[in-house]
Design a protein around this ligand. Structure first.
Ligand SMILES: [Zn+2]
Ligand SMILES: [Zn+2]
Length: 136
């Protein structure tokens, strides 16, 4: 079986693992998420919605390679607690788990970056999370 899925599109403001494909636990009645937007994925990280969404049946064991397993777990209804440290957003001062830049400010900066390819708000350095490394 060789059906690997590519990771989500790049954004300097994404916080989810850039090497895996993240899934968006959005109720079907809300419709598919808009491609190109920076949204919370099932693993609590922020990832860019790809142009070609993949349909995953979370009940099947035959999942394609390259998926973020915490995202799959969230589709299966297994909630993961968000254990990332709380910090102040350095732009709007809201409390955030997204490494010094909150989800709202990241989404705003991401859209600006997409239009202009200029990082008006410098993205914070990636957080080193020891629990992330244990998986690989
Ligand atoms: Zn994920
Ligand atoms: Zn903010």
């Amino acid at each position: 079986m060789n059906n690997a899925v590519p990771p989500n599109p790049y954004s300097p403001y994404a916080t989810a693992d850039p090497d895996t494909r993240h899934l968006f636990p959005i109720p079907p009645e809300l419709g598919p998420p808009t491609p190109g937007t920076l949204l919370f994925a099932g693993c609590h990280g922020l990832a860019v919605v790809p142009d070609d969404p993949i349909e995953i049946d979370p009940a099947t064991e035959q999942l394609p390679h390259g998926l973020c397993m915490p995202c799959v777990d969230s589709l299966r209804g297994l909630a993961h607690t968000d254990t990332r440290p709380l910090t102040d957003c350095r732009v709007c001062c809201h409390i955030t788990r997204n490494n010094s830049l909150c989800a709202t400010c990241r989404a705003t900066a991401h859209h600006l970056w997409q239009d202009t390819r200029v990082t008006a708000v410098p993205p914070p350095a990636p957080q080193t999370d020891p629990s992330q490394k244990e998986r690989s």
